[in-house]
Design a protein around this ligand. Sequence first.
Ligand code: SF4
Length: 326
Amino acid sequence: MHPFTYTKAADTREALNAGRRGGRYIAGGTTLVDLMRETVEHPGSLVDISALPLREVTATKSGGLRIGALVTMAEAAAHPKVHALYPVVSQALELSASPQLRNMATIGGNIMQRTRCTYFRDVTADCNKREPGSGCAALHGYNRTHAILGTTDGCVATHPSDAAVAFAALEATVHLLGPAGERTVPFADFHLKPGSTPHREQALRPGELITAVEIPPYPRPLKSGYLKVRDRQSYEFALTSAAVALHLLGGVIREAKVAAGGVGTVPWKLPAVERELIGQRPSNALWTKAAERAADGARPLEHNRFKVELLKRAVERQLRVVGGGK
Ligand code: SF4
């Protein structure tokens, strides 16, 4: 591990001042400390923000829900409002990591997670994300777990967060605070596709920190759920996942929110699937037809062609689980 300084910010002003001077924010530390141990990351200065007042889950005036950035994954998953209103978020969180990690890791840190690409974590391998311009060892290496959507020849790594897939499906908003004040970013714009700059992963400006993730209001009832498909049933990242939320009125689907994980370079929204569903009555035939659109634009690699079919089947299954049908 490289040497670094550590400061614990007593309040937001102290945190932002330290962030302005180039400090890296840390809270649960479950990703960043790992990467520092492996010398993948070597920040010169850490700013501990765990004392900031960002630990609340609150209902918004418009009827949505605001989850503070320092709410732990375990707290968010178990929160009665999250559990009752957005089971897709609770389920995504409960299917992530381990109980110990969920007790430490925060919602802000969760959506800031870095990829699990093994080449990224191997400092002897070429990796444009870790070392811009060095190449991508995964492109022609062993790429079974890598992305099929949103890739470029510069990077084919998946985004690892489950909760981010649920937030993407629900079209959440990320609240940020930085030297220039507060601003919000739609979830769809928060994570950046690799393009020619895979090392740029989020739309954060220098010194900005995440203060909350806000889920918008939806007409009730909103049925939702999360399916995670992985090589083993616990403590494993998704080969593919499907987050689905549906609002039915009079037997017709009026709102459909769908996203996938484990297949995209960012949490992957599925608007083509959503369009197939709106205005239709639930049926097995509808789920099959809509799920056919899940892999639109996929560009599979040598070892992950199976993900195209796996993604479609995961989306179809979760549509059936959430929406019923016959
Ligand atoms: Fe690095 Fe991305 Fe290539 Fe993995 S896929 S080696 S993270 S550039």
